[in-house]
Design a protein around this ligand. Structure first.
Ligand SMILES: NC(=O)c1ccc[n+]([C@@H]2O[C@H](COP(=O)([O-])OP(=O)(O)OC[C@H]3O[C@@H](n4cnc5c(N)ncnc54)[C@H](O)[C@@H]3O)[C@@H](O)[C@H]2O)c1
Length: 245
């Protein structure tokens, strides 16, 4: 049987790197795409493409590589977060940052869905796209969690992540009849050296654990990639230890 192939975008990040290791433990080919430098460890079922996903050419190149070295692409998982600069406050002085953040981070997932859906459709392949949302894409931030920290959650992040939920619904409806599934995973905060005060504030609104480990997302990824989720399309799977309750 032909081994299936995943194009994993943002493979060198906190969540992407965890997904990469998870996927490589399975019987899959992984074509990882990220802008970061990485020692060339291409071998057997793993190829690394150091490229910027905001360029349509990168998507075309990834498809070509998947076609040449594997049996084409079957799954696309986008864990990239291209423009990370977040405004510290709601000041119009920072309007350039706001514009860039919205433009890049909304354009990319739309382009990824459009181009890969067209690829799957043209090739008559069963396609599967998984995007990353966030708990900030299902409700307003819990502002009190940021008190006495230098962290914040600006309105653009909320807009971007609500946008992801809209994107998966739109494309699932548009391409679902072509046997293409498009869903997103919305995690709660992931542990990454946050201050104790923030961790404590955050945990107060959760049930058992509070902030998550990246590996807490693996079972949802596994489900969305499985045959069992064939009837799940255009949905947002929230994994947040009760943060949103
Ligand atoms: N970390 C969290 O707490 C958390 C919580 C909820 C949702 N999310 C979402 O999950 C996703 C991944 O988050 P993360 O924490 O792993 O982010 P991260 O910053 O650790 O990783 C993002 C990766 O994307 C890569 N990247 C950036 N621009 C790129 C480009 N133009 N082309 C290709 N690769 C590019 C970066 O090099 C990096 O490796 C994001 O959408 C984020 O909003 C994260």
């Amino acid at each position: 049987m032909k081994r299936k192939t995943v194009i994993l975008i943002g493979s060198e990040g906190l969540i992407g790197n965890n997904f990469k290791n998870f996927l490589l433990r399975k019987d899959l080919n992984v074509l990882a795409v990220d802008v970061k430098n990485r020692q060339n460890t291409n071998k057997g079922n793993f190829i690394y493409l150091k490229k910027d996903i905001s360029k349509p050419k990168t998507i075309n190149d990834a498809v070509k590589i998947a076609e040449k070295f594997f049996f084409g692409a079957d799954y696309v998982i986008d864990c990239s977060y291209p423009y990370m600069k977040l405004r510290k406050n709601l000041s119009s002085k920072n309007i350039k940052i706001l514009r860039k953040n919205l433009a890049v981070n909304i354009t990319n997932p739309i382009m990824i869905c459009e181009m890969f859906c067209e690829y799957f459709k043209k090739k008559k392949k069963i396609g599967n796209i998984i995007l990353m949302g966030s708990i900030q894409g299902i409700m307003a931030p819990k502002f009190d969690h940021y008190k006495k920290t230098d962290m914040n959650s600006p309105v653009e992040y909320t807009v971007l992540k609500f946008g992801i939920v809209g994107i998966v619904k739109y494309f699932a409806k548009f391409y679902g009849k072509n046997n293409i599934n498009i869903n997103c995973i919305s995690p709660g905060g992931i542990l990454n050296n946050q201050t104790n005060i923030f961790l404590k504030n955050y945990k107060k609104d959760c049930l058992t654990k509070g902030m998550l480990n990246p590996s807490d997302l693996n079972s949802a990824l596994d489900f969305l990639m499985s045959e069992d989720s064939k009837m799940v399309n255009g949905q947002n799977i929230v994994i947040d230890d009760g943060w949103s309750l």
